[in-house]
Design a binder for this molecule. Structure first.
Ligand SMILES: Nc1ncnc2c1ncn2[C@@H]1O[C@H](COP(=O)(O)OP(=O)(O)OP(=O)(O)O)[C@@H](O)[C@H]1O
Length: 509
């Protein structure tokens, strides 16, 4: 038999929900096997079962034809199974090398054999073209590099079966291409890969086969070469999805957001330049303006300065003609600003709160949700139920679900629902569809257009070029902290946009 892993009739329940309902998944040796499914379909749960983090109520796991009991990550590791999680498990103030050997330290007469470890890590890094610096601190390296450290951790442990849980959601387009190549190299060396992603083009690019889950159930497995992206998307969602957004010509009204000469100084040593350099632009009612750029060109710092998450060194931020540069975050939030943040765990949700409390986070003190010092829970839960229905937020216990236990995509939907439903004057939407399935992306795109047409000003930050081209009425390109071009999406090609983003082309050339 050529299966290295067989998960047979797996059932895993959580209170109120059957996350995996009689699922069978077979991984061939040496293949890249994609796992596709809507948000909350049960993909991460199934992979956590394989990695020993959850015990299934029913079903059998076979590894290399032998039935296996996987009671924890140590068991998984002994069986050669490794996993890169959606949110990495690295120790921030340890070096790359320390993280890789953690828990695997070999000693000689009580001394760590770090030289041997370093040698092995460097050999693996070179063989798979991972190019990591073993002495860098995790907190100092990019997310893309951190992911490579996770890959090296698996290689260092001689893992043959590798699980990647939505690895591309946090990567830039270039890093995604590089990861695809790394995955191809891994299978060439005999590794077998399970790969969760929502992006059908990635499945088309690297996967051999694809299994589809829907609402906890197994739908089927297809050979990727013989199946179109549209067919796979239909299997997943149960209907056809239209990702080209229908929108009419924008008719911008009054200016809502006005940014003048905004700069942000670098804080870390060694960074000399300003991270944001004298940036000026405006966004008017009824238009979607997109900031396009390769990650790390100052977009994050610009948005943090506008919202007040971090300080700007000079410049002004005005909303509806009022200078809000020195105002608090809450003041801005209650005077027209909404923000879908880049980092949903750090700035988007209180993970220990339930879903209902998370969707009123910025409004709980308003009279409709609070009377004196008492929260009006009936009103809060009623409001949450409405958002859950409108945005199809799936979870085990509805408004009572603790958000930490929700699937990543459904956490994202909760934030988007909260921010859009405030009917803001200006919405800062940073990677609003990150981690969402195609059905949810279609819905969110339509909501953004609806807000625009109702008179909101929208500032979109996205690394997805398709999203930028589809949604925006104007594109501002950010390069090395400056806005280097103001483009009309109808007259610019994706290739030209790429050149502006890479600094290879300037406006007027
Ligand atoms: N620890 C948990 N406790 C309770 N419910 C959970 C837990 N983990 C997952 N669930 C629920 O199980 C269901 C499946 O979640 P899972 O994370 O497996 O989905 P997913 O397919 O990976 O989704 P996404 O694409 O959004 O990441 C969801 O409804 C989720 O709320």
């Amino acid at each position: 038999m050529d299966y290295i892993i067989e998960m047979l009739h797996i059932t895993k329940e959580f209170p109120g929900i059957i996350a995996n309902d009689d699922i069978t998944l077979q991984l061939k040796k040496g293949e890249i096997h994609a796992l596709l499914g809507e948000n909350g379909a049960g993909k991460s749960t199934l992979m956590s079962v394989l990695f020993g983090l959850y015990q299934p109520e029913k079903g059998v796991i076979k590894v290399r034809d032998k039935e296996a009991k996987i009671t924890g990550p140590m068991d998984a590791n002994t069986l050669g199974i490794g996993m890169v999680h959606q949110h990495f498990k690295l120790v921030e103030n340890f070096t790359v090398l320390q993280n890789i050997v953690l828990g695997m330290e070999t000693t000689k007469r009580g001394f760590l054999k770090m030289d041997d470890a370093r040698k092995k890590v460097m050999e693996l890094s070179e063989k798979y073209k991972l190019f990591v610096n073993p002495d860098a601190l995790i907190s100092d390296i990019t997310v893309g590099m951190q992911q490579r450290v996770e890959i090296l951790k698996m290689l260092y442990r001689d893992n043959e079966i590798m699980i990647f849980d939505e690895p591309t959601a946090v990567l830039t387009p270039q890093e995604i291409d590089e990861l695809m190549q790394i995955m191809r190299d891994l299978v060439k060396e005999g590794k077998s890969i399970l790969f969760i992603t929502h992006k059908l083009n990635e499945i088309k690019a690297v996967a051999d086969r694809c299994s589809v889950l829907r609402r906890g159930k197994y739908i089927g497995t297809v050979d990727v070469a013989d199946t179109s992206a549209a067919e796979m998307s239909e299997m997943m969602v149960g209907r056809k999805v239209n990702l080209t957004v229908e929108k009419k010509q924008s008719s911008p009204g009054d200016v809502v957001l006005e940014i003048k000469d905004l700069s942000v100084e670098a804080k870390r040593e060694g960074q000399k330049k300003k991270l944001v350099h004298d940036v000026s632009f405006h966004v008017s009612r009824g238009e979607i303006v997109c900031i396009a750029g390769i990650d790390g060109n100052g977009q994050t710092e610009l948005i943090h300065a506008i919202t007040g998450i971090s300080d700007m060194s000079s410049g002004t931020v005005s909303i509806n003609g009022e200078d809000m540069s020195k105002k608090s975050i809450r003041y801005k939030n209650t005077h027209g600003l909404s923000h879908i943040p880049e980092d949903r765990h750090k700035h988007g949700l209180v993970l220990e709160y339930n879903l209902a409390y998370n969707v009123i986070l910025q409004e709980y003190f308003q009279p409709n949700f609070q009377s004196g010092t008492f929260l009006k829970n009936d009103k809060i839960y009623e409001y949450a139920e409405k958002l859950i229905k409108d945005y199809d937020i799936r979870s085990s216990e509805g408004p009572f679900t603790i958000t930490r236990s929700m699937s990543g995509g459904n956490q994202q939907k909760a934030i988007v629902a909260r921010e859009i439903s405030k009917s803001p004057d200006i919405l800062l939407a940073v990677q609003p569809t990150r981690g969402l399935d195609v059905g949810a992306i279609e819905y969110i795109h339509n909501q953004l257009i609806k807000q625009r047409d109702a008179g909101a000003a929208i500032l979109l930050v996205s690394l997805e070029l398709d999203e930028v081209m589809n949604l925006s009425d104007r594109i501002l390109v950010m390069f090395e902290g400056e806005i280097v071009a103001d483009l009309d999406p109808k007259s610019v090609t994706v290739q030209e946009l790429g050149l502006y983003m890479a600094g290879a082309k300037k406006e007027g050339e």
